[in-house]
Write a protein that binds this ligand. Structure first.
Ligand code: 9Z3
Length: 351
């Protein structure tokens, strides 16, 4: 009998199958509008995902392991959250994010001696395997038949690059540096983020939050999600979707779940005339350390760092674009340097 390899790099939980036990529960009160004080209602009025205790154990073990070795830990969030319209989910609202920013950034944190908790949309891009993913190419294109036609080999053209990626991947895996934690829905994302943030409080300012996931702004409260596929005759042939605003979780993260960690959030816009104002407003509203603004259209080539001191663009040069340099290879080391300053400043005030 062949044994299935077990790998700590693969998560033991799966998030794409909905929890069908929670049919419409009319006893759950309607979720109130998301004022700052009411944000915690979300966690009170919604049922946590059933697998959360498994994640809690994995995260606690991972953090303790790295805490003992004085290693800094980055929580990298990645990919888009979904908003299911049915419990047995046939339809859901999604967004464009492929998880490139998160998967790529995780690699650069690992390269700079951080351990990484990778909170990602299940089946979106992953660190290392992203280079050979179904979303970018067909992995079979990297393979060739051996000269005698009996084996599969990596095509000569790709040997050099694949060996580099393989070595980094193996190192991260062997040293237990990367913990994969999946989500699919915005609900799973919020519960898991809160849990991980609280577990990470053990390491205080040695934690950095890098929030690159594209999180839905609107959702359907569980009190209004039907159990089964919506039938067109039930809705008079017209589906009108009435969504509630997602609570502004970032405020809770900064104020209460991870008050001494360094927090970096991303602001996504499509209209360049409002990007910096919106990023600045987010920084003011949540009072954290850095907002990175990016436009959907140019996000792979340029981003803007917005801090209380001012704003600064990071742009790839034409040769860098030609040589396919990842913008994350520039922005992650900058964040790491800011994290060093952040730790110093916390120590100086005795935290
Ligand atoms: C981002 O802005 C990310 O950089 C992208 C990366 C999602 C654009 P890809 O995954 O794209 O590489 O294809 N993430 C944050 C988006 C977001 O939802 N931000 C919230 C907001 O804009 C604040 S947390 O209000």
């Amino acid at each position: 009998m062949t044994e299935t390899p077990t790998s700590p790099m693969l998560s033991r939980v799966h998030t794409s199958a909905p929890d069908t036990d929670s049919a419409i529960d009319r006893t759950i009160p309607e979720f109130p509008a998301a004022t700052p004080i009411d944000e915690d209602n979300y966690f009170r009025l919604h049922k946590p995902p059933p697998y959360l205790s498994q994640i809690s154990r994995d995260v606690a073990e991972f953090i303790n392991f790295h805490h003992k070795q004085n290693r800094k830990v980055a929580l990298v969030t990645s990919g888009g959250t979904t908003v299911p319209l049915e419990n047995n989910t046939v339809r859901f609202i999604d967004n464009f994010s492929a998880g490139t920013r998160g998967a790529t950034s995780a690699e650069y944190f690992l390269e700079n001696s951080y351990a990484v908790i990778f909170l990602h949309r299940e089946f979106s891009l992953l660190p290392y395997s992203r280079h050979y993913s179904h979303t970018t190419n067909c992995f079979l294109d990297y393979l060739a038949e051996s000269p005698d036609g009996t084996k599969v080999e990596v095509d000569d053209k790709f040997q050099k690059k694949m060996l580099v990626v393989l070595k980094k991947y193996r190192y991260a895996k062997d040293q237990n540096l990367l913990l994969m934690v999946p989500f699919t829905t915005v609900h799973q994302y919020l519960f898991t983020l809160k849990l991980i943030a609280q577990e990470m409080s053990v390491i205080g300012y040695d934690a950095v939050f890098f929030l690159a996931a594209a999180v839905s702004d609107f959702f359907l409260p569980s009190s209004r999600i039907p159990q089964h596929k919506i039938q067109s005759k039930e809705v008079g042939g017209k589906l009108v979707v009435d969504l509630e605003p997602v609570p502004k979780f970032l405020r809770r993260l900064v104020d209460s779940w991870a008050p001494i960690a360094m927090i970096v959030s991303f602001k996504l816009e499509t209209d360049d005339s409002i990007l910096i104002d919106k990023a600045r407003a987010a920084l003011k509203r949540y009072n954290h350390q850095l907002v990175i603004g990016n436009l959907l259209q140019t996000r792979k080539k340029q981003v803007v760092f917005v801090t209380p001191e001012g704003e600064r663009w990071v742009k790839l040069t034409p040769p860098q674009i030609k040589n396919r340099i990842d913008i994350e290879s520039i922005l992650v080391p900058e964040i790491i340097s800011m994290h060093g300053d952040w730790i110093q400043s916390r120590k100086e005030i005795g935290l």
